[in-house]
Write a protein that binds this ligand. Structure first.
Ligand code: ATP
Ligand code: LTN
Length: 336
C-alpha cells in the first residue's frame, strides 16, 4: 500500500475503460503518470462511471475495465507507489459529484466542446450523464484535494471548469478546495488521427487505421503509419498547414527524444515513405515493453484484484475524510 508523504503534492488523473489505450492516451497522459510517481503522491483511476455516459455492453465494459487496469500497470504505474483503482469502487466520487453539481451552472456545462462533439456523435442518447460528465471529473479531482492533474490538451476545458466549480464552492461555504492545475506535456499533448490529422486520435474511432493502439503488433503499427494521411509536398519539416507531417514529427520526437531540427536534418534527403517507416518502427519498439508487460499482467487476475482492492481502500481513506468535511460545510447533520 502506498505511503503518502505529507510534504509532497497530490496528483489525480483518470482514463476511461472504453477500449485499448491509444498512442495518444499514452503520449498525452499515461506515460507521464509513471514518471511523476516518485515526486508526487499519485492517485490514478479507471473511470468506469464516466464510461457509461455512452452506451456500453455490460460484459464488454467489465472486460475492458480489467484490461484497462492491467494496461495502467503495464504503462509503468506501480501500485506500491501510486493508488490505482476503479472509480466505481469508491462511492465518494458519486457523492461529491452531487454536491458539486449544485455549484455548477447549466450555462457553463453547455459550453463544453466534448459534450457538443459527443452529443453529435451519439445523437440517439444525449443523456444527462453526458451533460454533467465534467462535474464528476471535478469530483474525482477535488475528492482528493489534488494539486496537479496530468492530462492531454483536450481535457483543458474540463479542468478549467473544475477550478471554477471549486472556486464557487469556496465562495459559498468558505475556503476549502485547492484549485487544481493542469499538467499538459510540451510534446504529445494532442496526438492526431492518422486518417484525419485535424482530428484527435481517439480510442473510440470506428476507423481502425486512424488509431494506433498500444497493444498493436509491430507489423500493424508500421502498416498504419505507412497509410497515414500527409500532404502532396515532399519536404519533412514542421510547418503550419502540414498537419499530417507535424503529427508524425511530434510522435517521432516523443518516442526518440529528438528535436524537430534533428528530425529535419535526419530526413533532409529522404521521402515521406522513409519517414513513415522510421516513425512506425520507432513507435513499435517503444511500445514493445508495454505489450510484453501487459501479456504477463492480464494473465494474473488474482494479482490485479489484490492491487485494485487495496487501491480502492487507500482511495476511500483519503476521500471519506474530505467528504465528511464537505458535508459538514454545506450544513448536513454530522453522521457521527
Ligand atoms: P474516448 O475516445 O472513449 O472518448 P479518449 O481516447 O479520448 O477516449 P480518455 O479516456 O477520454 O481517452 O482520455 C484519457 C487521457 O488521455 C486524457 O488525459 C486525455 O486528455 C488523453 N488523451 C486522449 N486522447 C489523446 C490524444 N489524441 N492526444 C493526447 N492525449 C490524449
Ligand atoms: N475526462 C477525462 C477522464 C477523466 C479524468 C478525470 C482526467 C475523468 N476524471 C479526472 C483527469 C482527472 C477524459 O475524458 N479524458
Amino acid at each position: 500500500m502506498p505511503e503518502f508523504d505529507r510534504e509532497k503534492k497530490i496528483i489525480f488523473s483518470g482514463i476511461q475503460p472504453t477500449g485499448v489505450f491509444t498512442l495518444g492516451n499514452y503520449l498525452g497522459a499515461v506515460r507521464n503518470w509513471g514518471t511523476l510517481q516518485d515526486e508526487y503522491n499519485c492517485i490514478y483511476s479507471i473511470v468506469d462511471l464516466h464510461a457509461i455516459t455512452v452506451r456500453q455492453e455490460p460484459s464488454k465494459l467489465r472486460q475492458n475495465s480489467l484490461q484497462a487496469y492491467a494496461l495502467l500497470l503495464a504503462c509503468g504505474i506501480d501500485p506500491k507507489k501510486s493508488i490505482a483503482f476503479f472509480q466505481s469502487h469508491n462511492k465518494c466520487h458519486a457523492e461529491l459529484n452531487w454536491v458539486l453539481a449544485c455549484s455548477t451552472q447549466f450555462g457553463e456545462l453547455s459550453r463544453m466542446t466534448q459534450f457538443k462533439d459527443k452529443s453529435k456523435k451519439h445523437a440517439d442518447d444525449v443523456n444527462a450523464g453526458l451533460f454533467t460528465y465534467p462535474v464528476l471529473m471535478a469530483a474525482d479531482i477535488l475528492a482528493y484535494n489534488a494539486d496537479l492533474v496530468p492530462i492531454g490538451a483536450d481535457q483543458k476545458q474540463h479542468l478549467e471548469l473544475a477550478r471554477n466549480v471549486a472556486g464557487r464552492f469556496n465562495n459559498k461555504y468558505g475556503e476549502f478546495f485547492k484549485l487544481p492545475e493542469p499538467y499538459i506535456p510540451p510534446v504529445g499533448a494532442s496526438v492526431k488521427s492518422l486518417a484525419d490529422p485535424t482530428k484527435k486520435m481517439s480510442k473510440s474511432d470506428e476507423n481502425q487505421n486512424a488509431t494506433v493502439y498500444i497493444l498493436d503488433d509491430k507489423d500493424t503499427i508500421i502498416r498504419k503509419f505507412k497509410r497515414a494521411v500527409t500532404d502532396s509536398e515532399t519536404e519533412i519539416c514542421y510547418r503550419e498547414g502540414k498537419d499530417g507531417i507535424n503529427n508524425l514529427m511530434s510522435i517521432y520526437s516523443c518516442v526518440t527524444g529528438k528535436t524537430y531540427d534533428e528530425i529535419e536534418s535526419e530526413f533532409a534527403s529522404k521521402g515521406y515513405g522513409d519517414f513513415k517507416l522510421a516513425v512506425g518502427e520507432a513507435v513499435a519498439d517503444y511500445l514493445k515493453p508495454v505489450r510484453d508487460d501487459f501479456s504477463r499482467l492480464i494473465a494474473d487476475k488474482a494479482y490485479l484484484k489484490e492491487c485494485y482492492t487495496s487501491g480502492a481502500e487507500s482511495a476511500m481513506r483519503i476521500t471519506n475524510r474530505i467528504l465528511s468535511k464537505v458535508y459538514h460545510k454545506v450544513g448536513f447533520v454530522d453522521a457521527r
